[in-house]
Design a protein around this ligand. Sequence first.
Ligand code: GLP
Length: 243
Amino acid sequence: MNEIKFIECATAEEVAEQAAQPFLDAIKANPESVFGMATGSTPLGTYAVFVREAKAKRVSFSRCATFNLDEYVGLKPKDAAHSYRVFMNNNLFGPAGFNLDRTHFPFKWDEPIKPGTDFAAYDAHIAAAGGIDVQYLGVGENGHIGFNEPGSDISSRTRLVKLAEQTIKNNSRFFDSEEDVPKEAVSMGLGSILKARKIVLVANTKNKLKAIEALRNAQAFNPEWPCTALVAHPDVTVYWLAK
Ligand code: GLP
């Protein structure tokens, strides 16, 4: 057995509420908390809890800082709505009252990437902000976290990555066609993620069960299932739905 805490929830609502709790606790203890944020379908329930709590004025996110895990490279202008920046602004930052100046991405999706860009500057930026207090993670069907696809190095930093075929297929549900799904992204590395002080991983659909099983059984990092990098971390809680 590894040290990861696995909390099996009965409903998607329970997953959302429970996974939100470590963030709400952190912000109540320190309004300037630094959060690592994820995109995709998984966090939507949790983000709705953040919005509800902020609107009810039980919590304020206005002084916290955020660093998102990843961003697509090469999005067509017609797909602006699928950029992770736009996703976060619409689903969380706007409605929950974050200060956009304190929300960060590995690069600006709508500006050309300058040749020779060292994306690891993002890791230095996170460190300069004091490091991530609580990191939210979804997980890909193939076990990816962020866009660290199978074969990623456990010490990897923020960098340009190629998306796996399965990821492109899975994410095509958000686009008009599979052709429109970017083939590359910039993602925090496994090493970047492991620097967070606390990690929350959420799996709330059936197609994630194999990845959760791999994580439950892992005694050490297995690059075929990137999420198993988390066995090396001292404070990980997984909130998951078994059916
Ligand atoms: C995406 C993201 C990941 C996310 C995963 C699962 O493409 N880059 O950060 O956790 O794949 O996505 P979903 O939550 O939509 O199932």
